[in-house]
Design a protein around this ligand. Structure first.
Ligand code: BTN
Length: 250
């Protein structure tokens, strides 16, 4: 049976969950914290994690899929998080490739998946799925560099939302979705993800890691989970990582 480790404060739930996973913690176990002092985001960014306002959790999974398919896990988690929030809070969230949850055009949460490059001795390979959701933040609590682009459930529904209930709904749904991935493959999950895709059909800019920019129409993720952008000449580009932004005015 999986376990839940709850901390009042921790550096990063992903760091702690990764360590527990290396020691053999069961599939579905999670680390949950009221605040993080070194919350990590994607692309080496930090994740602002003030006390008792957000959900900061990391779930360890040991999925029965080849490690080469692990990049799909972030998309699965995005769908599970969006479904759980809508169910518990009665809102309509969107997903943005590869790891963002949006509500009413602003970022509500994000996912940072970290996998063990090699299976630790005696244990099956694992991934740590770190989930951060802005739950009861007031607008002045966001750092200046994200204020205006970020939102919280409180700001959108005017209520103080139950962080633990949202976590339990996310974990339950995510474990069901991972079994779905193991048994049925990625097709149905991808179809559900696409229904929530806020970039589908929109003109986007992809900021490459080398500083270059590609503009084009977003065709959504392909069956491998890579994003496809069609440029002005009709050429398709498969995007593995980096930032994809909506062209202004859409
Ligand atoms: C992103 O949008 O860049 C991903 C943010 C992920 C943040 C969560 S908070 C819980 C977990 N622990 C971390 O250090 N990061 C993730």
């Amino acid at each position: 049976m999986y376990k839940t480790f709850v901390f009042t404060a921790i550096d990063s739930t992903n760091r702690a969950a990764f360590q527990l996973a290396q020691q053999g913690i069961e599939h579905g176990s999670a680390v949950l914290a009221e605040m993080q002092t070194n919350g990590r985001g994607r692309l080496d960014r930090s994740w602002h994690s003030p006390p008792k306002t957000g959900l900061y959790c990391s779930i360890v999974i040991r999925p029965d899929i080849p490690v080469s398919e692990y990049p799909k896990i972030t998309l699965v988690a995005g769908l599970s998080v969006a479904n759980a929030i809508d169910e518990v809070c009665g809102c309509t969230t969107s997903v943005k490739w590869p790891n963002d949850i949006f509500l009413n055009g602003k970022k509500l949460g994000g996912i940072l998946t970290e996998a063990s490059p090699v299976a630790p001795e005696n244990f099956s390979p694992f991934a740590v799925v770190g989930i951060g959701v802005n739950i009861n933040n007031h607008s002045e609590e966001f750092p200046l560099d994200v204020a205006g682009r970020a939102t919280s459930l409180l700001l959108e529904n005017g209520r103080t939302n139950d962080i633990r209930a949202i976590f339990e709904a996310i974990r339950a749904g995510f474990l069901v979705d991972i079994s779905r991935l193991e048994r049925e493959g990625f097709g149905e999950i991808l179809a559900d993800w696409r229904k929530r895709d806020m970039l589908q059909g929109k003109v986007v800019r992809w900021l490459k890691q080398d500083g270059g920019i590609l503009c084009g129409k977003c065709l959504g993720p392909d069956p491998e989970g890579l994003l496809v952008i069609e440029d002005a000449f009709g050429h398709h580009h498969q995007i593995v990582s980096g930032d994809v932004l909506l062209q202004v005015g859409q």
